[in-house]
Design a protein around this ligand. Structure first.
Ligand SMILES: C[S@@+](CC[C@H](N)C(=O)[O-])C[C@H]1O[C@@H](n2cnc3c(N)ncnc32)[C@H](O)[C@@H]1O
Length: 374
């Protein structure tokens, strides 16, 4: 509860607050300061991402600290905030997602321990292009952003292509976040100016967004003292052994609407690789990428997908996030977890959950649960 108060203070009031939280034993017997980990995670640059557990960080931190262990897998990393929390708590983290841009963000913030973009790097990326590439200008003309913004994205990539590993990951993360912030609601399901309420994020040129986001990512780079890892693939392909803790936050099938990440974030996914190796569906109005199949998105396949995933990680402590407006219901999930775990605990957490692209889905009160299988 104390940790929750600290987190809310950090965000709602925006000032640092001294909260007495005693050290918690984690990992190799190290004393971890929960408050310090929360404060660090509060600075994680915020990507508006469907199902992000940003608001649940205090509750997750308390559970992770209580469970302890040394190695952790965040199997559906998304925005990266939970992987970064695990790193801040002292875990050796492996972060995975089957989309590219979440794994680039994890490489920049979780795997990277010390590299930052120098002021000169940022100015080079914001300066004149180093070649005459124009893929983004040609492909997305009239669809997203201004002509200057699209020119900047091509130009930025002409420099990013020459950067070494972690600088590249930092620059791409900043570019992705810049594009997400400038797009109304952060989703690319429409190309007109609906939802444009004139706020600063929508007016700021992408070049200036990029400068600000680069500084924000630079600020959160820190060394955890040991290596962390990133994987980009389907959860079913992750070798299961060796994780003390496995955090699962799959994309549940909602009763209405859908949970297609590519439909919403295709531009960010393309941008993170300069659309290399990705296929644009040319006939679509939004120039989106092909849908990425996941069994977790469908009512008829999610139960078996969860069963297999629990089985895969049966030797680890499993923490599963689940919201009550999803399919299947909580009882079914509990039963599935009990197939592989003797001790199953369900912790309800009430909070406002925000996602969706239209008014009806925009803000719903749902109950969030954590399932813990030991
Ligand atoms: C609910 S989001 C995770 C949110 C994340 N915990 C956060 O706080 O931002 C689910 C993620 O799972 C990924 N995903 C969906 N199906 C997957 C699969 N079969 N294997 C790996 N990742 C998958 C999606 O790309 C998405 O980023």
């Amino acid at each position: 509860m104390v940790a929750v108060a600290a987190w809310l203070t950090l965000f709602v009031v925006g000032v640092r607050h001294d909260v007495a939280v005693t050290g918690t034993r984690l990992g190799k017997g190290a004393n971890v300061d929960l408050c310090a980990a929360l404060e660090r995670t509060a600075a994680f640059p915020r990507l508006r991402y469907m199902g992000s557990k940003y608001r649940l960080v205090p509750q997750l931190a308390e559970v992770f600290a209580e469970l302890g262990g040394h190695t952790a897998l965040d199997a559906f990393s998304g925005s990266g905030v939970v992987s970064y929390l695990l790193k801040s708590l002292g875990y050796q983290v492996t972060s995975n997602d089957f989309l590219t841009f979440p794994t680039v963000i994890a490489r920049a913030t979780v795997v990277n321990q010390s590299v930052r973009l120098a002021r000169d790097d940022i100015e080079l990326i914001c300066g004149p292009p180093s070649d005459d590439r124009d893929f983004i200008q040609r492909t997305f003309d009239g669809l997203y952003f201004t002509a200057d913004d699209r020119q900047f994205l091509d130009s930025a990539w002409s420099h990013i292509d020459n950067l070494p590993c972690y600088k590249r990951a930092l620059a791409i993360s900043a570019l992705v976040l810049a594009a997400a912030r400038k797009q109304p609601r952060g989703v690319f399901t429409f190309t007109d100016l609906r939802y444009d309420d004139g706020r600063r994020d929508l007016r700021l040129p992408l070049r200036d967004h990029f400068r600000e986001r680069s500084v924000a990512y630079n600020r959160i780079v820190f060394s955890a003292g040991g290596p962390n890892y990133v994987l980009c693939g389907d959860v079913s392909e992750i070798p299961p052994g060796g994780y003390d803790l496995v955090y699962l936050d799959p994309p549940y099938a909602p009763p209405r609407d859908d949970n297609d990440y590519i439909k919403r974030y295709h531009f960010l996914e393309g941008l993170s690789a300069y659309w290399r190796g990705q296929k644009i569906m040319e006939e679509t109005r939004t120039k989106k990428l092909e849908k990425r199949y996941t069994p977790f998105a469908y009512k008829r396949t999610i139960v078996e997908a969860l069963r297999q995933t629990f089985k895969q990680f049966k030797d680890s402590t499993i923490v599963l996030s689940y919201s009550s407006n999803a399919v299947p219901d909580a009882k079914t999930i509990e039963g599935l977890l009990r197939e592989v775990k003797n001790e199953v605990e369900v912790r309800p957490i009430d909070y406002k959950y925000s996602f969706g692209t239209h008014a009806a889905a925009q803000r719903r009160a749902v109950s969030e649960y954590l399932f813990i299988g030991r």
